[in-house]
Structure formats: structure tokens, C-alpha cells
Design a protein around this ligand. Structure first.
Ligand code: ADP
Length: 257
């Protein structure tokens, strides 16, 4: 009996220490798994444009045309892939900073309406040149403590997406309001919307819907995760509050103090 009891006790203590070790190791394992996944995804995303550029340049070398104008297609395509690579590498840099907890915020008091008017001017021009309507409602004559450059980056990400998915003669909009002690920013579009099952996933790294996977749209699937990180560094929140086949409404909420 004594021998059986000690064997049972021995097995039980091994099992218990294994369970405890797994529990305490869990966060480390998860973060390691996340890092591996991130590196795999990043390598895949970097490899695709590199392969395209390599093929095009090899084609140019092996079967060159007499005149440069006959080579416009491979040159233009390679350039567009280089632009994509450049965007991808800078997005990856931002996320690696996010992972190493580098805050990098330089906050200052900012008059919101003036700041927004400045950020929106180029977008109003782009929308007009593409035959799209752009409405704005700036009802927030207040000062907020924000990092201007980083919040502008959030605006660029949301407005780029809104413009990208909105067709000609359709509308994008931006509203800025104050609700209690919060600055609320609404960005709406009348584009294709996001499939209901993907609604939660758009803030995941590298997530792109099928419609955004063709080379033409040029996305990296890293814009919204970067926007989320910046907003959260400001102790705020970013959400997709409305999403139908008639478009999306994103809301950013940042404490004023
Ligand atoms: P991307 O660089 O691909 O735009 P984002 O992280 O900004 O990356 O967006 C992730 C995906 O979410 C996009 O690829 C697209 O499928 C979808 N998405 C984001 N914003 C919109 C929008 N306003 N309308 C429709 N789909 C959107």
C-alpha cells in the first residue's frame, strides 16, 4: 500500500508541476507564438513584391526591347511594387515599436478644429479630383493634449480606406465632437462595407478581406492595427460602430485631458 501510495503521489506531483509550469509559461508561449506568426506573415508579405520585381527585371535583362517606351509596363509595375514594399517596411517598423512598448508620443495642447482643417485639406482636394463628395462637421472648438503627428497618421489610415472603398459620386464624411471629457471623431464612407464575419478581424495584423487582396488596392493589412495602437497610447478607443453593405462608420474616442 505504501509503495502504491507513493507512486500515486509521485505521479500526481509531476502532473501538478506540469500544469503549473504550463500556466506560468502560457503568456511567454503565447507571445512567442505571436512573434513567430508575425515574422512568418511579414516574410510572406515581403516575398510577394520581391518576386514580382525579380521576375520583371529578369525579363528586362533576358529579352530587352530596343526602345525604353516598350518597357513601360515592367518598369511601372516594379515601381508600384517598390512603393508597396516601402509602405510595408515602414508599417512593420511601427508595429515592432508597438511590440517593444516604445511609446514615442510627443503630446502637446492642440486646437482640434484648426488641426483637423489642416489635415483634411488634401483629402478634400483628392475627393474632388476623384468626383467624390466629402462632408465635414467640426463641432469641437476645444484643445486636446495629443501627439499631432501620430493622430494625423490615424486620420490618414482611416481616410485613405474611406476614399479607397468609396466610388465616384459617393460620399465620405468626418465629424468631430466633444462628449463629456472625450473627443469623438467619426469617419464614414459609402463604400462596400466589411463582411459581418470579418468585422472584429479588421484590427488584426495582416488581415485583409478578399476584395482588398488584389495588387491594385495596395494595402498591407497593417493600417488599422497601427491606428488602434496609436489611439490606445492616447488612452482612447477605436471601433467600427456601423457597418453595412452601404459603408462603414469608424469612431475614435480620446480623453481630452
Ligand atoms: P489595408 O492596408 O489593407 O487598408 P487596414 O488595416 O487599413 O489595411 O484594413 C484592413 C482591411 O479592412 C482592408 O484590407 C479592407 O479589407 C478592410 N477595410 C478597412 N477599412 C475599410 C472601409 N472603410 N471599407 C471597406 N473595407 C475596409
Amino acid at each position: 500500500i505504501l509503495i502504491v501510495c507513493s507512486i500515486v503521489f509521485w505521479i500526481f506531483s509531476i502532473l501538478a508541476s506540469y500544469v503549473l509550469a504550463r500556466k506560468s509559461m502560457r503568456p511567454i508561449l503565447l507571445s512567442w507564438q505571436k512573434q513567430t506568426e508575425f515574422v512568418e506573415n511579414a516574410s510572406h508579405e515581403l516575398r510577394t513584391p520581391l518576386t514580382i520585381i525579380q521576375n520583371k527585371l529578369e525579363g528586362l535583362l533576358t529579352k530587352p526591347n530596343e526602345r525604353i517606351v516598350d518597357e513601360i509596363e515592367p518598369i511601372a509595375l516594379s515601381l508600384s511594387e517598390i512603393r508597396h514594399l516601402s509602405k510595408l517596411t515602414s508599417d512593420l517598423l511601427w508595429l515592432s515599436r508597438a511590440d517593444s512598448n516604445q511609446t514615442l508620443l510627443t503630446k502637446e495642447p492642440v486646437l482640434l478644429n484648426d488641426f483637423l482643417a489642416e489635415c483634411l485639406a488634401p483629402y478634400q482636394e483628392i475627393a474632388a479630383s476623384q468626383g467624390k463628395y466629402f462632408w465635414t462637421k467640426l463641432a469641437s472648438p476645444v484643445i486636446a493634449e495629443i501627439d499631432k503627428t501620430r493622430i494625423q497618421q490615424v486620420l490618414v489610415i482611416l481616410l485613405d480606406n474611406a476614399l479607397k472603398y468609396t466610388k465616384e459620386k459617393e460620399t465620405i464624411g468626418l465629424g468631430s465632437f466633444v462628449e463629456g471629457n472625450y473627443w469623438e471623431l467619426m469617419i464614414s464612407d459609402t463604400g462596400s462595407g466589411i463582411a459581418k464575419e470579418n468585422q472584429e478581424r479588421v484590427f488584426e495584423r495582416f488581415f485583409r478581406e478578399e476584395k482588398s487582396r488584389n495588387r491594385g488596392t495596395g494595402g498591407t493589412g497593417l493600417g488599422l492595427p497601427i491606428a488602434k495602437w496609436i489611439v490606445e497610447l492616447h488612452q482612447g478607443k477605436i471601433e467600427l460602430v456601423e457597418n453595412t453593405s452601404k459603408g462603414c462608420l469608424f469612431k475614435v474616442r480620446i480623453p481630452l485631458t
